[in-house]
Design a protein around this ligand. Structure first.
Ligand code: AMP
Length: 210
């Protein structure tokens, strides 16, 4: 069992890979973005507070995110291992995480910036089951419907161009410094995130010695 963090810019494929790896590695997928979107859908107090930050492409304040992460990571299925997707996003979050649990690997998804914009504009997701599609490279079988449950696909509000620009800038300013932080701790493993989802999965499994 391993404790793995997925780190990388928006659109690099962290969510897509986590969905694939969760079954292959037998590890739960913990996505703070998904947890927050769920809170927004259910209009909980947290969701109502988080929504304004998310739709603008900004980070939700650390204390709000920490609350949901701490609860999730304490659940029995995550005790011995997990795939953590979307956390940490800045240095204070990394330090908080270090106080909660040890890590085995931090997988850094490396991708040129042009590719990110392409992937984010083509991205659609199922609001019901969370499955991720790409209209160009991984379209649904029936246009605009989820393959699994037929729900109409949606575009994430934060995939609109203005929010995307903010998310990429936030990534550069707040998250990129974590590469040095984790490299210095001997945890950083860089993955070439170009190519098809299957190619990237293959690279990750090799890197993990599977
Ligand atoms: P994601 O699905 O990981 O792209 O996250 C979507 C949005 O949720 C982000 O743009 C942030 O607004 C918020 N979010 C997710 N994870 C975090 C985090 N660790 N810290 C702050 N905000 C977060």
């Amino acid at each position: 069992m391993e404790r793995i963090v997925l780190l990388g810019p928006p659109g690099a494929g962290k969510g897509t890979q986590a969905a694939e790896l969760t079954g292959r590695l037998g590890l739960p997928h913990l996505s703070t973005g998904e947890m927050l979107r769920e809170a927004v859908r259910s209009a909980s107090p947290l969701g109502r507070e988080a929504e304004q930050f998310m739709s603008a492409g900004r980070l939700v304040p650390d204390d709000l995110v920490l609350g949901i992460l701490r609860d999730r990571i304490a659940r029995p299925d995550a005790r011995d291992g997990f795939l953590l997707d979307g956390y940490p996003r800045n240095r204070p979050q990394a330090e908080t995480l270090a106080g909660l649990t040890a890590l085995d690997h931090v997988l850094f998804f490396h991708l040129p910036e042009e590719a990110l914009l392409d992937r984010l504009t083509q991205r659609r997701h199922c609001p019901r089951c969370g499955r991720i599609y790409n209209l160009a490279t991984r379209p649904p079988r029936i246009p605009d419907r989820c393959d699994d449950d037929g729900t109409p696909l949606e575009r994430r509000p934060d995939d609109a161009p203005e929010a995307v620009r903010t998310r990429i800038r936030t990534y550069r300013e707040a998250t990129v410094p974590l590469l040095d932080y984790y490299a210095g701790r001997g945890l950083l493993r860089t993955v070439d995130a170009t190519g098809s989802p299957a190619e990237v999965t293959g690279r990750i499994l090799r890197l993990l010695g599977r």
